[in-house]
Design a binder for this molecule. Structure first.
Ligand SMILES: C[S@@+](CC[C@H](N)C(=O)[O-])C[C@H]1O[C@@H](n2cnc3c(N)ncnc32)[C@H](O)[C@@H]1O
Length: 290
């Protein structure tokens, strides 16, 4: 079941409300757990971005600023990094962390990156780790982002490939489905974690926004859902995947049934190193036309 009635504006507004509200609160609360899972994937993108001393970078949907601070270390004090995110609470915490790390050249803006004025042609690098899939009008949003990039400036984005290739989300999701009321199925390309998972669509969106040399490389890794008890893996799978929202709306008994079902499903993937499942991303690179 999909929701053909929802306009791009409504879908975008939903994302803004989610990330400014419960989504941002959840990421703040579970930061250490989430970051330890995402960091190894983000390293692929940071390596590919290869930020150099003196460069200016923009980190889109920067959340708590982990990658913003990593970029700030690479560009050094002669460079500059701007982290932009919808969530004022995450931005406030990211700013605190930059200050306490002595990285004054990392700045942050609580802003909707799809419309925020990043200033003309200021950046050498547009970067994001999982922060650019939530735009209602992605072509317009990427065109706006491009205006903040120098001619010839480069783009490095990490986005999810389809959910079926991401066992860390797919296994818990399929285990939970029988216990939840029918959920609206997103239309292909709707804002959400998988909106750029189709490579043709990703190329089309970036091309329409004026980027050239759009390229997608596969990143195939594994995600460790927990090094400890299975209950931890269940928590992580729920917090980080598409189940977080429906489960917050469910009653206590449903939540317990879903947690049991996920635990049984994850038990089949328990190894000596905890629960590890496939994590599949696109490393999307492009350039602003020169
Ligand atoms: C999946 S989280 C990733 C956060 C961070 N990049 C990380 O890897 O830890 C997605 C982030 O994108 C942000 N986001 C979503 N839509 C955005 C928009 N239109 N403008 C700015 N930030 C946005 C959310 O607030 C959220 O922090």
């Amino acid at each position: 079941m999909s929701d053909p009635a929802a306009s791009p504006e409504k879908l975008h507004a939903d994302q803004v409300a989610f990330w400014r509200g419960e989504g941002g609160a959840l990421w703040l609360d579970r930061d250490a757990r989430i970051e330890s899972r995402l960091k190894p994937l983000g390293e692929h993108a940071l390596r590919a971005a290869a930020a150099r001393p003196g460069e200016r970078a923009i980190d889109i949907g920067c959340g708590l600023g982990h990658t913003t601070l990593a970029l700030a270390r690479s560009v050094g004090p002669t460079g500059h990094v701007l982290g932009a995110d919808l969530s004022p609470d995450m931005i406030a915490e990211a700013s605190r962390r930059a200050a306490s790390a002595g990285l004054a050249h990392a700045r942050f803006a609580a802003a909707d990156a799809s419309t925020h004025d990043f200033g003309p042609e200021a950046a050498d690098l547009l970067f994001s780790r999982f922060g650019v899939m939530f735009f209602g009008h992605p072509e317009a949003a990427f065109a706006n982002l491009r205006r903040g990039l120098k001619p010839g400036g480069r783009v490095t984005l990490l986005v999810w490939r389809p959910v079926k290739e991401n066992g860390w989300m797919f296994v818990p999701f399929m285990a939970a489905i029988p216990h939840l009321p029918p959920m609206p199925r997103p239309n292909q390309g709707d804002p959400g974690p998988f909106s750029l998972s189709d490579p043709d669509r990703a190329r089309r969106v970036l091309g329409a926004a004026g980027f050239v040399d759009v390229n997608l490389d596969r990143v195939d890794d594994t995600m460790s859902l927990s090094d400890g008890p299975l209950e931890d893996a269940v928590r992580t799978a729920i917090d980080m995947g598409p189940l977080a929202r429906p489960l917050r709306q469910a009653d206590e008994a449903t939540r317990a049934r879903v947690a049991d079902a996920i635990q049984s499903a994850l038990a089949k993937h328990l190894t000596a190193e905890g629960v590890r499942l496939p994590a599949a991303c696109w490393l999307l690179t492009a350039r602003n036309r020169g």
